[in-house]
Design a protein around this ligand. Structure first.
Ligand SMILES: NC(=O)C1=CN([C@@H]2O[C@H](COP(=O)(O)OP(=O)(O)OC[C@H]3O[C@@H](n4cnc5c(N)ncnc54)[C@H](O)[C@@H]3O)[C@@H](O)[C@H]2O)C=CC1
Ligand SMILES: O=C(CO)COP(=O)(O)O
Length: 333
């Protein structure tokens, strides 16, 4: 018998992942907007988030969280980080005991500095928590371009079972037991993507972008390992892989925010003009606090933060980076 997936959140990635799981499992997706529910059920489209895409014909949409999760064998959370807890709490009374809960989100909760799997453990103790992450631009995957991802869970046997839920011909899902590293890789690379976008928007050049990616990897690995992630994870799909794609692609929303900042637009205007989330904008706040808590030097994140929240210009950010002491590449600084 096919497993049943209940997926909460019908944005671009939630809808894309629902189409992937619909190939292997009975999948129901919850959308908070009734028009999105009708559109998915009647037309097999979700134009707001996946323009010109035809969704999997077997995918069902629901406007009821209860109906989406009550019979599910796996819950997938396609909700951005700042709303993740609220939606999970709404779903909680209807989720069956011990059902695994997999996060798709790449961010940290501002008020608590928590990772999404920590929120799952707090709200729903006893349920295996995991994350699906990696270099996965929704708009490419939906249109059938090959990609690889990681499912990270503490329990290897459950991760192995869930591999079969998400894996398909063109979407290759590896397992990893380092959930801390995988979640942090996904959250921290978004800030580097804003930095890289700023550099591209200001026409700084491709050598600059490459330097930002490489030093960004070093920076996120420093914080990530201090917080308990494994060094190897940051060199894998959830770290370097995701960092490269998000820092180099104009399809990335975080890169887009940085690009527009680099062209001189104000953050409020950029956000108001987008109808999708760029998680790095909020994660930058949390990361500056974590850098202090763990006493880790994060020069790129610090400059991004000052552009986002202290009215610094992109020019000042680059000057800040260029005047930062140049250490040895081998040293942590
Ligand atoms: N789009 C992509 O290519 C990828 C996105 N992600 C991550 O997946 C997560 C979800 O992102 P997307 O689907 O891309 O975002 P999106 O901006 O396309 O859509 C967000 C969805 O969440 C819903 N939502 C937002 N706040 C809500 C609330 N308070 N209550 C209920 N629903 C709410 C929206 O209605 C929308 O359906 C993010 O953390 C993102 O970083 C991860 C990999 C790839
Ligand atoms: O995480 C992503 C690709 O792996 C998507 O990045 P953005 O949220 O910046 O679009």
């Amino acid at each position: 018998m096919k497993l049943k997936v209940g997926l909460l959140g019908a944005g671009s990635w939630g809808t894309t992942v629902a189409c992937l799981t619909a190939k292997n499992c009975d999948t129901t997706i919850w959308a908070r907007d009734i028009n999105t529910v009708k559109e998915i059920n009647q037309n097999n489209t979700n134009e707001k988030y996946l323009p010109n895409a035809i969704l999997h014909k077997g995918l069902k949409a629901s406007h009821s969280i209860k109906d989406t999760v009550k019979n599910a064998d796996v819950i997938v959370m396609g909700i951005p980080s700042q709303s993740f807890r609220k939606v999970l709490e709404e779903a909680k009374p209807h989720i069956r005991p011990w059902v695994p809960i997999i996060s798709l989100a790449k961010g940290l909760e501002i008020s608590t500095k928590m990772r999404m799997s920590e929120i799952v453990e707090e709200v729903m103790p006893g349920h295996p928590a995991g994350v699906l992450t990696g270099p996965n631009l929704a708009k490419e995957i939906h249109f059938g371009k090959a990609a690889a991802a990681v499912i990270a869970m503490a329990d290897k046997s459950i991760a192995k079972k869930l591999q079969t839920v998400f894996n398909s011909g063109l979407f290759r899902v590896y397992t990893n037991s380092d959930i801390i590293g995988c979640e942090l890789g996904g959250a921290l690379k978004n800030i580097m993507a804003i930095a890289s976008g700023m550099s591209d928007g200001a026409n700084a050049g491709e050598n600059t972008r490459s330097a930002l990616i490489t030093r960004g990897l070093s920076e996120l690995t420093r914080l990530g390992t201090a917080m308990g992630g494994k060094q190897r994870t940051f060199a894998g799909l959830a770290g370097m892989g995701d960092l490269i794609v998000t820092c180099s692609s104009t399809k990335s929303r975080n890169h887009h925010v940085g690009f527009e900042l680099g062209r001189g637009k104000k953050l409020d205007q950029i956000i108001n003009e987008m109808n999708e989330v760029a998680e790095g904008v909020k994660t930058a706040k949390v990361v500056m606090e974590l850098a202090k808590d763990y006493n880790v030097d994060m020069p790129i994140s610090n400059e991004v933060y000052k552009v986002l929240y202290e009215d610094n210009t992109v020019f000042e950010a680059f000057r800040g980076l260029l005047t930062h002491e140049v250490g040895s590449e081998k040293e942590p600084g």
